[in-house]
Design a binder for this molecule. Sequence first.
Ligand code: AQP
Length: 343
Amino acid sequence: MTSTSVARADRPRVLSGIQANGNLHIGNLIGALRQWAGMLDEIDGFFCIADLHALTIPSQVIGTDLADAVTEVAAWYVAAGIDPDKAAIFAQSAVPQHAELAWVMTCFTPMGWLERMTQFKAKSGTEKESVGAGLFTYPALQAADILLYQANYVPVGDDQRQHIELTRDVAQRFNHLVGEVFTLPEGMVPKTGARVMGLDDPTEKMSKSVAAVRSGHAVLLADPPDLVVRKLKSAQTDSGREVDPENMSEGVANLVDIAASLLGRDGRELAGEWAGIGYADLKTRVADVVVDALRPVQAKHAELRSDPAVMQGVLEDGRKRAAAVAEQTMARVAGALKMRRPG
Ligand code: AQP
């Protein structure tokens, strides 16, 4: 254990992560990475790259280099300000206790609870009979991710609230039926930027998988400035012409919120300042804010990716720190269940 992690032991434990299932977008930056980066000095932070979760939709990973996808996402973490000296950054699959505890959690999660999860309904669509069972049990793996670190808080976007509730319920169930092992985590949903919407359809959450098939859907963290400008220029607004803060359509409100979140401003206040500007001007202003916000992140990312040893070192250091905590919890779980384990 490093001196840093010893000094952090009395701080609230925080766990979060992003799936390695595609290119990160500004929704991930606003709703996740910037929130995490802003809390590093107050927490004992564990941030995983969820490659086991990425397997839940095999078609998204078959033919890709999953190990490289993990490194790519991890580099965005660091580039966005997650200092690896202040928090553990690691691949979920590199700490086998995630899969081990996931099985236990799957067994303690009633089917009815999983059936109520809206994300499964949304992601399985009309293919409920043919999608992999992992997509259905995904929340049990997510519960394992969180409970393994005895996390007090889980910073997430709005879409993840239901999964955090389920994690608490399963932890409570295990604690009640088997013994007090797990800390009950609380979700932390940011006040602004918790749900960045698609540029091409502001009724839909901005998402990696949609961005993979509709390029105008999201600004990706890797997008060069001219592409950012083009994507924002074609963002959906409405049939009006100017910003009216009292009557903003979802598309206009989304653009204002993106800029406000990246500037660390209040959305309503910024909308008030921009009252009366034409939509073309609004898009230019938002594009300027996004390009400015991405510039240093992209430069840092390129630097980190230019030397493979750098991110290898970050991930290995994070793995060691995560594995030490994960093993303590897994040993307690096995002890409480009187299970035999290797070693
Ligand atoms: N549009 C968003 N607005 C705000 N926060 C978001 N997050 C994701 N999209 C938005 C937050 O980013 C974290 C990691 O998300 P994830 O990739 O693990 O899961 P996801 O929500 O399934 O992400 P995507 O981009 O929508 O990917 P796909 O399309 O693959 O499902 C979470 O904290 C999430 O809330």
